[in-house]
Design a binder for this molecule. Structure first.
Ligand code: CO
Length: 655
């Protein structure tokens, strides 16, 4: 009876004895939390202030990576996703890291070839990933085969996901019933899953479905069962409780500022709910409160503007009405609006289950939610009484060909035939594992990107994101100046903006004075809405603020070439790369900031090309690759890994 919750609290003391069967918790604030609420814009520098404290809570794991973070970081934040792993690992030493892996889709949006999949998992493990939470949008585990081989080879934890979906308002019906889920769980266990996660990405799971489901899974398999249930519909805190009563082992939550809406329930109410019972988490709620205070005061003000506050309700009842995940619904609405057809939304709601059924009752999760959604809108706008599926999208054709995997039930044969007419790979659908038909792609990617990809991590990034990846590598190695839009917002800027809003509300905004200073190139513009009025406000950092923001700029993953000797010492970090200047018989590489030598990428006597990484310097807790300012040979290396250096210290010479 160890899975029954004893409802009478036994002990409240902070140093209370450990519960017999404590509920384990994974924190999602640093990945799914900001992905769900703040468009995945969380920056590494805003995770560091709480990292050590979070390590002390006792989480089963902390989700730090994967999902959309890899894409967003290099594209919008000018951050190297690999470096986030290494950086956070220096602060979070005890608690394992978890990532969301889209199986053969890795952290991108299509099935990649096996060589890339092996390389990605290998490098993620090497860079510090511990738990690989793996899912496939079709629950087709042939798409797991390659990544699982490498997860096991790397000696890491393979968590297999079952995407939770429904065709009826509640669990059951012909496709997604208890048998389906227990069958999927057994299949994962036989693949070697170390734990199994039920991934309820749309918050569809009702509490009284969670109970029999978790009971059935606990009976069917022996590995721990983990529940990931988004709050979106409002049911998840109740669902959590029933799952706990049914004996679930691990539950996902967020710290309060990252909780609720389309994210997850908060950890603190759950800790209090279970306090003193035999499922007591053992967490110290005061420690959680201290972390929240830092998030609230020092970090979230920088992200508040990203929160979708267009609605007062924090619950999306469309999930309850149509089982449409929140993100999918807003995509549909945007698509209809663009086509000036917003009045067709009710037809879309009616058409959507039909399209989904024709396409094999696939779960609705990235990328299948988009595939079904876009095709539905196409049908509503273009179909005629005599012809269905007049305009079939490329992805629906790929799905019909079998490129995403096997659907839960067969695709409508008539639709499949129509979709594959003239399909370039062939008109006969494949039945094998999709990646079998994909050519290796790493060598091709290397040939395209050349030396701009310095190591395998760069190459993997480029292979998944050729366009934005190339642009990022150009910023990383100082070949192009990153735009202002990728720079972090500082607390000073937030305070100034808030002051302006306060003044505007009080009617105190005045015309610029005649002696107003000239605008600098550092100016940032903000859209400010006050009641029904709109202001475009430009905020120019003053000298005092630059002093504040300079360290932040230095935390950008990689600087341009290290300044050569006699380069102006006080040059701002964002200035153009200084021209290398020969001194005596070589060009000296100086530390552009105080920090610690992580490693020398080259040794004395190595020849280097301009732009090659020579030294990796940790400063402001971030790694900076310092690149050769000119071609030559490395000489006179002065320091070793772990040495602390002052700003301007001579690191070596390029002769
Ligand atoms: Co999620």
């Amino acid at each position: 009876m160890s899975d029954q919750v004893k409802m009478t609290p036994l002990n409240y003391a902070p140093d209370r004895a450990a519960a017999k069967n404590p509920l384990k918790i994974m924190d999602l604030s640093l990945r799914d939390g900001h992905q769900s609420l703040f468009a995945t814009r969380g920056r590494t520098e805003d995770m560091i202030p709480v990292a050590e404290m979070m390590d002390e809570v006792g989480f089963w794991a902390i989700e730090t990576w994967g999902g959309a973070t890899f894409d967003t970081m290099h594209r919008f934040l000018n951050e190297d996703p690999w470096e986030r792993l290494r950086t956070l690992k220096r602060y979070i030493k005890k608690t394992p890291f978890s990532m969301l892996l889209r199986a053969q889709n890795l952290v991108g949006y299509r099935n990649y070839a096996d060589d890339l999949a092996y390389a990605f998992v290998d490098r993620a493990a090497e860079n510090g990933m511990d738990v690989f939470r793996t899912f496939d949008a079709l629950n087709d585990y042939r798409n797991f085969e390659t990544v699982v081989k490498q997860i096991k080879k790397s000696g890491k934890h393979f968590q297999g996901c079952i995407c939770y979906t429904l065709t009826e308002p509640r669990l059951g019906g012909e496709v997604y019933n208890l048998d389906y889920y227990t069958d999927r769980a057994k299949s994962l266990e036989s693949m070697g899953a170390d734990s199994i996660c039920v991934k309820d990405m749309a918050g569809l799971m009702a509490p009284y479905d969670a109970y029999p489901l978790i009971k059935a899974l606990k009976k069917a398999v022996s590995v721990p069962i983990h529940l990931h249930s988004h709050f979106t519909s409002g049911m998840s805190p109740m669902t959590h409780l029933k799952a706990i009563e049914a004996g679930v082992d691990i539950i996902d939550t967020c710290m309060t500022p990252y909780a609720y809406r389309t994210s997850h329930a908060a950890v603190e109410p759950l800790v209090m709910t279970l306090l003193g019972t035999n499922r007591d988490t053992g967490f110290d709620i005061k420690k959680l409160a201290a972390i929240n205070e830092i998030f609230e005061k020092e970090i979230l003000p920088k992200y508040k503007h990203l929160l979708d506050d267009s609605k007062v309700s924090i619950i999306d009842i469309n999930v309850l009405l149509h089982q449409t995940p929140g993100g999918m619904l807003s995509n549909l609405v945007n698509q209809l609006r663009e086509m000036d057809a917003l009045d067709k939304i009710d037809e879309v709601y009616k058409e959507l289950p039909k399209v989904r059924k024709d396409l094999g009752q696939i779960p609705l999760v990235t990328p299948t939610s988009q595939i079904v959604g876009v095709q539905t809108v196409n049908n509503v706008l273009h179909d005629t009484p005599d012809e269905r599926y007049k305009m079939i999208t490329g992805q629906v054709k790929d799905l019909c060909y079998g490129l995403y995997g096997k659907t839960a039930v067969p695709i409508n044969a008539e639709l499949q035939k129509k979709a594959l007419k003239g399909y370039p790979r062939g008109e006969e659908p494949i039945t094998c594992r999709p990646a079998e038909v994909l050519e290796p792609e790493l060598d091709k990617a290397k040939a395209e990107i050349g030396d701009l990809a310095v190591d395998m991590d760069d190459l993997i990034l480029y292979a998944q994101f050729p366009v934005t990846g190339r642009k990022f590598l150009e910023w990383k190695y100082g070949k192009a100046e990153p735009p202002a839009s990728v720079k972090p917002i500082t607390m000073e800027e937030v305070k100034k903006k808030d002051e302006i809003i306060k003044k505007a509300k009080a009617g105190l905004l005045v015309e610029a004075k005649a002696d107003a200073p000239e605008k600098s190139e550092n100016i940032r513009s903000f859209n400010v809405f006050v009641d029904n009025e709109y202001f475009s406000v430009e905020v120019d950092p003053t000298g005092e603020m630059q002093a504040f923001s300079a360290p932040v700029q230095q935390t950008r993953p990689v600087q341009a070439a290290a300044p050569a000797r006699k380069a102006p010492v006080a040059a701002p970090a964002a200035a153009a790369p200084p021209v290398p200047e020969a001194v005596g018989d070589g060009t000296l590489m100086l530390a552009p900031m105080p920090g610690m030598i992580v490693s020398f990428a080259k040794k004395s006597g190595d020849t280097v090309k301009k732009g090659d990484t020579v030294v990796v310097l940790e400063a402001m807790k971030m790694e900076n690759s310092l690149t050769a300012p000119c071609d030559g040979t490395v000489q006179g290396i002065k320091f070793a890994s772990g040495d602390t250096v002052a700003k301007g210290a001579v690191l070596c010479a390029i002769v």
